[in-house]
Design a protein around this ligand. Structure first.
Ligand code: C5P
Length: 217
């Protein structure tokens, strides 16, 4: 039977690692919608599209020859056969992705593809992003907002990037990006019927277990 688990949250909330582990334990498919916005950003930069040109970004979203893994056990993103799994995590992508994600025409196209992927997996999928609980899958069986204090988010993102970034670079990637993103999607407050999971004081295992207990309810 269908089980869509929609998980939204800001960057550095632990969303990706927690969502993947929940998918593994429940044997569900997994979709990282942020990777789709990152892949589109990579493609626009690669083909020289001006990110401020909304019509061009929208057209690029329709042309985008994207392939991405829907398994929590395999991380794979490619555009036109070029493996960009690692490259889309680079700061140059993180710092441009909001410009792409605030282009409404491009959002609509990626949302359409996300819904299609959910259907293709017979609605048995963990889907994570910023607008999954509210826009992509408001009818999901389970909807949660994974939050964490700003301090915890900066610390986690710092660890994830191997401690190579200054506090300023981290803030740019976490706080400033969230501020830009939240002009088009609301992931700072749980919508009606969405359960908030605050992971500030929880370790990874505790967060996963809490998420699983929310699914079990
Ligand atoms: O989750 P991640 O940090 O990889 O997402 C990258 C970017 O993609 C976000 O900063 C946001 O601009 C965009 N995004 C979005 N809606 C989603 C998922 C990601 O706008 N559902």
């Amino acid at each position: 039977k269908p089980l869509v688990v929609a998980i939204d949250g800001p960057s550095g909330s632990g969303k990706s690692s927690v969502s993947k582990e929940v998918a593994r334990r429940l044997k569900l498919a997994y979709l990282d919608t942020g990777a789709m916005y990152r892949a589109l950003t990579w493609y626009c930069l690669k083909t020289g599209i001006d990110l401020a040109d909304g019509a061009a970004v929208e057209q690029a979203s329709k042309d985008l020859p994207l392939e991405l893994s829907t398994s929590a056990n395999v991380e794979y993103v490619s555009v036109a056969g070029v493996d960009i799994t690692e490259e889309i995590r680079e700061p140059r992508i993180s710092s441009s992705v909001s410009a792409v994600a605030t282009t409404l025409g491009a959002r609509n196209e990626l949302i359409r593809r996300q819904r299609q992927l959910i259907e293709q997996h017979h609605r048995r999928m963990v889907v994570e992003g910023r607008d999954i609980t509210t826009v992509v899958a408001p009818n999901a069986e389970v909807r949660m907002l994974l939050t964490a204090s700003e301090e915890a988010r900066l610390r986690r993102r710092g660890l994830q990037l191997g401690g190579t970034q200054s506090q300023e670079q981290l803030a740019a990637q976490v706080i400033h990006r969230d501020a830009k993103d939240s002009t088009v999607v609301n992931f700072t407050q749980a919508a009606d019927g969405v359960v908030t999971l605050d992971s500030s004081e929880l370790d990874f295992e505790e967060t996963v277990e809490t998420a699983l207990s929310i699914v079990g309810k």
